[in-house]
Design a protein around this ligand. Structure first.
Ligand code: AVJ
Length: 394
């Protein structure tokens, strides 16, 4: 069987020449992307961005969804945060994974398919792939199309036996995965870095349920969860001495200016992050240094001196709280690994009973209709087997 990108997808981002070249070098990936689709996809997500910003700033307690922190500059700043001395989560999680990788590999079993929402730079993925028993396929899901494609191409080149099938989508929406038939043993959702903490607890439960449906009765979830700890340690992690987190937060203003014709002045805001003990979460805000009016396109908003725009929530859990959250989503904590100080945890979850409706294929993972703009494209990368190398492919 020849493997082609799926033909009937409504939106496909176009690829730069050099990227298409990299991609065509690694197998029978055909880069038949249409520029027009790119424009439509971009303007649709810009519309969503504008809507979310205007909506968030119109509320009595102003806020902007945290996913908008991650444009290209934001993603780079976040990578820099992960290397900071004060920011313990990345380092601690990686150490937990390293220390327990054999047990993790044994639990995940042979020939699994890994699905990873918010795959990002994908360095922890490699640690898994290096130790798993003949992983069958890898399905990274991310909105950052460039990084997604580049990572996919590199992984496919480095792991010739792995089928890599990137999906460009915003996983905070319900999205549709292309129908994949990898013949793998089981599907494992990988959601590391404590990104689960960005969801409100109820949303986090719903998200876990969606992942559980996606993985089916035989599947499992590998989830990184930041744990509750002494507030000063948390405070330091989100208020680093070099101001990288502040730059990450303030970068959102630049993005609004650039993408939404905003006229926000970075120097009129300051970064603030604190642990809200009652709610059990870190809150990140942009605080107005003075009373000011801010323009975004044709909309104007008034900010009082000291008034803030909340840009992120990062919930922290105790092991017990997370166990409860998982249980409410029908998932059992099969195993939980932590570091000695119990600052961070990695959980392996699986469905409690076999009472989920049987899921055949991926499409049924969608409960609500798929918003068109949230699905960009699905393509597959893999090295063609001999029988797939037909004349047409060459
Ligand atoms: C990627 C959402 C897990 O909340 O710790 C880091 C993002 N924000 N510093 C976190 C973040 C400020 C990070 N997550």
């Amino acid at each position: 069987m020849r493997v082609r990108p799926h033909r009937k997808r409504p939106f496909r981002p176009s690829l730069s020449k050099s990227l298409s070249k990299t991609l065509s070098g690694i197998g029978n990936f055909s880069a038949g992307f249409d520029k027009a689709f790119d424009k439509v996809a971009k303007s649709l997500s810009l519309e969503e961005f504008r809507h979310d910003v205007v909506d968030g700033l119109s509320r009595p307690a102003k806020s902007i969804p945290c996913k908008y922190l991650y444009d290209e500059a934001g993603a780079r700043l976040f990578d820099a945060i992960c290397d900071l001395e004060e920011y313990y989560p990345t380092r601690t999680e990686t150490a937990i994974l390293r220390r327990n990788i054999r047990e993790i590999a044994a639990l995940l079993g042979p020939r699994c398919t890994l699905v990873e929402p918010g795959s990002g730079a994908g360095s922890k993925t490699r640690l898994l792939l290096d130790h798993l028993d003949s992983p069958e396929a890898y399905v990274p899901i991310d909105v950052a199309d460039r990084q997604l494609l580049e990572c996919s191409a590199r992984l496919a080149a480095d792991y010739p036996l792995l089928k890599v099938s990137p999906v460009c989508a915003d996983y905070t929406h319900d999205f549709e995965l292309p129908p994949l038939s990898f013949g793998s043993q089981r599907t494992i959702a990988v959601f590391l870095g404590s990104t689960i903490g960005n969801f409100e607890p109820q949303e986090a439960g719903e998200f876990l349920q969606r992942l559980a449906r996606l993985c089916g009765n035989e599947g499992g979830l590998l989830i990184g969860v930041d744990l509750k700890k002494d507030p000063p340690i948390l405070h330091r992690a989100y208020n680093d001495a070099q101001g990288v987190t502040a730059a990450f937060n303030l970068n959102l203003l630049g993005r609004i200016n650039r993408d939404l014709a905003g006229r926000l002045e970075g120097s009129l805001f300051r970064h603030e992050a604190f642990y809200n003990e009652r709610a059990g979460r870190i809150e990140m805000h942009l605080v107005s240094r003075l009373a000011q009016g801010i323009r975004i396109g044709s909309d104007e908003f008034l900010l009082a001196e000291g008034e803030s725009i909340r840009t992120e929530h990062s919930y922290k859990y105790t092991r017990g709280e997370f166990l409860q959250l998982a249980a409410d989503a029908g998932l059992e904590v099969k195993r939980c690994w932590t570091d000695q100080r119990e600052w961070f945890s990695v959980h392996y979850l699986a469905p409690f009973q076999r009472d989920l409706p049987a899921q055949q294929g991926w499409k049924k993972s969608c409960v609500r209709p798929v918003p068109k703009e949230s699905f960009l494209w699905g393509a597959r990368f893999h090295r063609p087997t001999k029988s797939e190398v037909t004349k047409e492919n060459l």
